[in-house]
Design a protein. Structure first.
Length: 235
């Protein structure tokens, strides 16, 4: 878990002021820190990520196909929401893209919220980031050789497009940034290079819910039991 703590320390040191149809079931992720799947998503379930005194972070770690390069990673987007007394800030929440070329390794940070400060996100309302790997939003490549804090995606692609992607996460870890020492954020409908994560689980299959879900390949479920089996076992 050192990668998450390291990025937390980096952000702190920098003192940043910084209607979907059928839901797609994609179990290829794990939760870490203070993160949990909860109801009240947009719609269905969401992941709740909390940063407070211990462990200070929460997030989701996504499966990345072997051989993926940074140039291959075409899309990073998510729906997001904050609790009524919270917002974005302190470089959090953000996507993290771990990359390496064998000798140069580091994490590219892709911040969520309005640039350039990435603060003042409205609370208690769902919003969508849009694709953070296009448009005017810069990304933070400062952990890499020739990297800078505000790096245009097109420039980052030239420098790091051939680097292998070894991990992608979404993280909340800036409780320290807020007066009450706590930051709570929710994510739903997260798109990682075309794979949509809606955070549904076996409970989502019940009461006819299986009819509104599909596998990660888009195949419909035959019945509730088929859906429950897939959610529990990925097959």
């Amino acid at each position: 878990m050192r990668k998450f703590l390291a990025s937390f320390a980096l952000v702190g040191a920098l003192a940043l002021t910084v209607a979907i149809g059928a839901a797609l079931a994609a179990p290829g992720y794990t939760l870490f820190g203070e993160a949990s799947v909860v109801p009240g998503g947009n719609p269905g379930n969401a992941v709740k990520m909390v940063s407070d005194s211990a462990p200070g972070y929460g997030g989701v770690d996504y499966v990345v196909p072997a051989g993926t390069t940074f140039a291959d990673l075409q899309t990073l987007s998510t729906d997001y929401k904050f609790e009524a007394d919270d917002s974005c800030g302190g470089g959090s929440p953000r996507f993290q893209v771990d990359v390496t070329n064998g000798t140069d390794s580091g994490t590219i940070f892709v911040y969520i919220g309005p640039p350039p400060s990435y603060t003042l996100c409205p609370p208690n309302v769902w919003a969508n980031t849009g694709d953070l790997l296009e448009g005017v939003n810069p990304i933070d490549t400062s952990q890499l050789d020739l990297g800078v804090f505000y790096d245009p995606y097109a420039a980052a692609l030239i420098k790091y497009g051939s680097y292998s992607v070894t991990g992608v996460q979404v993280v909340t870890d800036a409780g320290w940034f807020f007066a009450d020492g706590e930051q709570t954020a929710f994510v739903d409908n997260t798109n990682i290079d075309g794979t949509l994560y809606t955070y549904e689980n076996a409970e989502s299959c019940k009461n006819g819910g299986w009819m509104d879900l599909t596998t990660a390949d888009g195949a419909p479920f035959k019945n509730q039991g088929d859906c429950v089996s897939y959610m529990n076992n990925g097959k």
